[in-house]
Design a protein around this ligand. Sequence first.
Ligand code: WQD
Length: 337
Amino acid sequence: MKILVTGGTGYIGSHTIVDLVQNGYEVINVDNNSRSNPKMINAVEEIVEKKIKTYPVDLCNFEDTRAIFQENNDIKGIIHFAAYKAVGESVEKPLLYFENNNSSLVNILKCVAEFNVPHFVFSSSCTVYGNPASIPVTELTPQQPAESPYGSTKQMGEAIVSQVMNSLKNQQAILLRYFNPVGAHPSNLIGEVPIGRPANLVPAITQTAIGKLPQMQVWGNDYDTRDGSCLRDYIHVCDIAHAHTLALNYLVENKNKTNCDIFNLGSGNGYTVLEVIKTFEKVSGQKLNYAIGPRRGGDVVAIFANNDKAVNELNWTCQYNLEDMMRTAWEWEKKLA
Ligand code: WQD
């Protein structure tokens, strides 16, 4: 069965292509490499020992996007990753985010309708919950206002997908809400390649440990958490990737309960920034050079997932713990050096 992955050259997309191919799916990729390194696909091909056709197309261009479907009228499923995802950048350039993330989604959905593609999986994010009133969050936890334009594009994206599915007859979708994806593939051939100074915690830790960054800041330790630093649900990127394969299987086997089911993809465990740093130091055997800095605007104090729905309905079990996440992230950073 042929699956189109958009943004498949990116961090989560590349790991998902590996899992899909290893589980018997045929995959084609579309990525304009605006935020990713085209060489990542060669590494994916090395792992799966198969060629992965990549269309270097900007999904904001409808005609170019439509041409992919004209050439591949046997696409049975789409996993839509392609989007900008830097929270800070989205605050500085909201229009860039609204145009890129929403126009590309609309163009893909127009092709889903025109070419009658039955299965659609949308890359969403825990950011849709904003600052939740209670944790852990379930899929029914009410959404608070998004903390950034990036978060707004995910809230809007979910609404666009669910309302388009209601208007179509033979299409079903799944929204996957990622918590904090970290780590790298055990082969050490693919991993996260941040562009510029990393905003996310784990690349900041590994780049500081390897000496690319002189020191990292812990953005605030005066929050109402067990050690004062923010609490998040870190989840290994390979566990996230496999959940996509299971979500596709769920749709293909018609197990979905509605035409737009939602799943939290988190480990179900919350760790603070300082606990992640301590775990990294234990796994790497290195002391990390960090200082306590001011709070970062837009940060949610604490959030982690109740992942029972994905565990029970998708038959999903996380294979990697926090030490595995730190170990694979550190091995990957050393490989990049
Ligand atoms: C985690 C914690 C920081 C860097 C965002 C998006 C989410 C997803 C992942 C796309 C926070 C602290 C970080 C540093 C620090 N993006 N931190 N020093 O903000 O939870 O989630 O990225 O899918 O949708 O919202 O992730 O890794 O940026 O921050 O102290 O140098 O680490 O303040 O408390 P976040 P993050």
